[in-house]
Design a protein around this ligand. Structure first.
Ligand code: HEC
Length: 146
């Protein structure tokens, strides 16, 4: 690939997804599941900032973040179904050897998101811990350690 084409690809990727971390991902299925995970990551950060008091607890924004997590969690079985790979992917082959466990964990994440309590900062801080545990539990088994 020439420099010029490469630059165009990078700019197109940036414009389409604003996801700098995904530069160079060529496989569309891998890109889709990374985008879903990124959205989950951003929404979790939004909620984490509210739980810690870094930003005010804003009910509508909190609910939107929760919905982003639960809706993307529900898509995980479809998004990971094809055993797509890409040099940039961090997904481990163990996903497809343990499909039931993997999709079960996506389900647990969805339930944890739906159980978030936005009554006040303290309630959010308590319930977001359960959500956070679902991220770490799945990444530990199915995502390349960085
Ligand atoms: C069902 C398993 C599972 C759960 C639950 C899960 N993840 Fe992931 N996550 C993955 C896998 C697998 C990847 C790597 C995907 C790839 O690179 O192809 C990943 C990648 C990511 C990435 C990197 C995306 C990128 O830009 O490449 C972020 C951010 C992320 N997860 C955040 C979260 C957060 C936050 C939670 C919890 C709220 C969470 N994940 C829950 C399996 C999971």
């Amino acid at each position: 690939m020439t420099w010029r084409t490469k630059t165009c690809v990078i700019i197109a990727t940036l414009a389409a997804t604003a996801a700098v971390a995904h530069n160079g991902v060529k496989d569309a299925d891998v890109m889709a599941r990374m985008n879903a995970m990124s959205a989950i990551g951003k929404a979790t950060k939004t909620l984490g900032d509210m739980a810690r008091g870094k930003t005010p607890l804003h009910q509508a924004k909190a609910r939107m973040a929760r919905d982003t997590i639960s809706l993307n969690a529900a898509k995980i079985p479809d998004l990971f179904e094809s055993q797509a790979t890409d040099p940039k992917s961090e997904a481990l082959p163990a996903i497809w050897d343990n499909w039931g466990d993997f999709t079960g964990r996506a389900d647990t994440m969805k339930d944890a998101a739906l159980s978030l309590d936005f009554t006040d900062k303290a309630a959010l801080a308590t319930t977001i811990r359960d959500l956070g545990a679902t991220c770490g539990g799945c990444h530990k088994r199915y995502r390349v350690e960085k």
